[in-house]
Design a protein around this ligand. Sequence first.
Ligand code: SF4
Length: 212
Amino acid sequence: MIPLSLCDWPGRPCCVVFLGGCDLRCPTCHNTELAWDMERLPVVPRARLRAFLAGRKRWLSGVTVTGGEPTSAPGLGEILHEISLSGLPIKLDTNGMSPDVVELLLAEKLVAELAVDVKGPFVQYPALTGQATTEDAARRNLSRIFALAEAHPGVFHFRTTLVPALTEDDIAAVRAMPPAGHTLTTQAYKPPRRSHALADSEARRTAGNLVD
Ligand code: SF4
């Protein structure tokens, strides 16, 4: 968890809750421990999250839930419900490969905004995701996400990370993918967080203040 972020939810000072696990294997993943090796990272007990939100909510304008891939996390609805009890709105980051989960979260009014990663043109999804999905599956899933975006104006935001494999033509193609009325922002490719996350975990373990 990051107690305060001024960039994860543009316009809203928020805290960031990271959920481990991911259904993709992007070779350029910026958060590999969370995605594939979450057992190595410190766990925030639910009571601590609850106490943190109760104490800080008046300084925050929202909670960003990210990963990894949050829609892969067991008990996601329960976790979001717990956060929503603070009264803070929730933004969820997702790779868009689980439209059923996204649809359910919208129906349950558990998320106020969704930021969806569009990895690249559909044909490049196998390469961009470590062969974890196919072109057809990516097209099918994101098409459903785009339909949900059309049905929920102002809720979805789309973004693409400028990984080295994407050409100028790819980026132009990706910008045309979201439905009318939705823009796609690009973001610079960041190096992995691995060293910072593990250093933090190891420091906490050394200090003996980690509760798993
Ligand atoms: S979807 Fe995100 S968290 Fe999952 S492997 Fe790709 S970059 Fe990493």
